[in-house]
Structures are given as C-alpha cells and as structure tokens.
Write a new protein. Structure first.
Length: 228
C-alpha cells in the first residue's frame, strides 16, 4: 500500500490543475493576490528545501507564528514536506506566553509573520531564563525593517560579509560604536548571510529536481517520512 501524505496530495493537485486558483490573499481595498496550485507547490518545496539546508532534520520542531495568511500555509506544508513537525503559536496570546510555548516545544527554528512579532518574541525570550538558541525566518521577508537599517546599507553589509566578517565594520581605524554594538551588528549580518545561503540552496535543489523530472519523465517528491 503506497503512502499518501498531505504533501503528495498537493503534488497531485498541482500536477492536475497547475493554473487553477489555490489561495486568495487579501491585500486590502478589495484586492487579492491569487496563488495557483503550481505556485503553492513551488513555495512549499522552496520552504522544505530551505529548512533542510539550514539543518532542520526529520522530527525536528519548527514554530510558526502568524495570522491566517498565504505564507502560513506555505510554511506549514513546507515543514511537513521536510519531515519536521510544525508547532503553531497562538498569536492572540501575549509574547511572554508565546515565548514559553517556544521553549516548551524545543523548536530549532521560529518562522514569524513580521519584524514586530520577531522582536516581541526575542524580547520575551531574553527576559526568561535559559533562552533557546533559535534560527529566525521572517515569512514576509522584511529583513531591513527587522534589523532597523536602511535597505541599501543592508545590501552593502551582505556583500562585505561575503568577503569576510572583519570587513563589515572596519571603522577606518577608529572605534565608532561600542564593542557590544559591533558584535550585535555582526551577528545580525551573519543571520542575513545565512538567509542568502538558504535561498540559494532552495533554488539549486529545485533546479536539480526539475532537471531530474525532465530526464525521468516522472515527478519526484520533496517530502520525506520516517520509516516505521
């Protein structure tokens, strides 16, 4: 008997109805962003591959903090397709309660809706004892706002960080900020560099998968499951 998962059902639907609407995301003012089934599948695959790239393994816990929106569904099914377990946080609860849930579920990655939620959770975790070491992923991708820097400055930091962490804040021989501020900025730039590698890994894996499909003529599932 062949296994049939939520992800394989998504693949089947995307293969049979690739151009038909799957999700309608409200944009405000009566406007919507429509995602087709093929777009839905692709975003779930990118998420699954990206999670695997940053070290998420079978059975790992991934926390999801988001209101009902298209990105939540991409993330939820992406976690399943990676063989991990999604733990949705109740966004109606105070950040302190959400932070306790994060600690309790022992999540390795926290996927949050926006910078405000990420900063609120980080502050709540730092106020508690033994804050977990988490990797943070913004579902809305507002990296510059989350870091509270100009987008152009962020792009320059990324480029310089690739050349070497020591080149990011040289200061022209002068100490412009405190050592703590420099360490904080270097940590944040390092996190952004990880997100760049995350996306590069997604694109490479998807391209490899599509080349394999073209050669074999059969779809290859991104999802993984444990052996019983």
């Amino acid at each position: 008997m062949s296994a049939r998962t939520v992800y394989t059902m998504l693949e089947e639907t995307a293969a049979g109805h690739p151009g038909k609407p799957a999700l309608h995301q409200p944009l405000g003012g009566g406007k919507y962003r429509t995602y087709t089934w093929s777009e839905f599948r692709d975003r779930v695959q990118w998420t699954a591959v990206g999670l695997s790239t940053i070290g998420v393994d079978l059975g790992d816990m991934v926390a999801l903090q988001s209101e009902t929106r298209a990105e939540f569904y991409f993330a939820d099914l992406g976690v399943m397709a990676a063989g991990a377990i999604s733990a949705a946080l109740y966004t109606s609860l105070p950040y302190a309660e959400q932070a306790r849930a994060l600690r309790f579920c022992e999540a390795r990655v926290a996927m949050v809706e926006n910078p405000k939620a990420m900063q609120g959770l980080q502050a709540a975790l730092s106020a508690q004892e033994s804050a977990p070491a988490l990797q943070w992923v913004l579902l809305t991708g507002e990296a510059a706002r989350a870091l509270e820097v100009n987008p152009n400055v962020l792009h320059r930091w990324r480029r310089e960080f690739r050349q070497g962490p020591g080149n990011v804040f040289p200061g022209n021989g002068k100490q412009r900020w405190s050592e703590g501020r420099i360490a904080e900025l270097e940590r944040k730039v390092g996190q952004q560099a990880l997100e760049i590698d995350f996306l590069k890994g997604c694109l490479q894996r998807i391209e490899e998968q599509r080349m394999l499909q073209a050669l074999t003529g059969s779809p290859r599932s991104t999802g993984r499951s444990k052996k019983k």
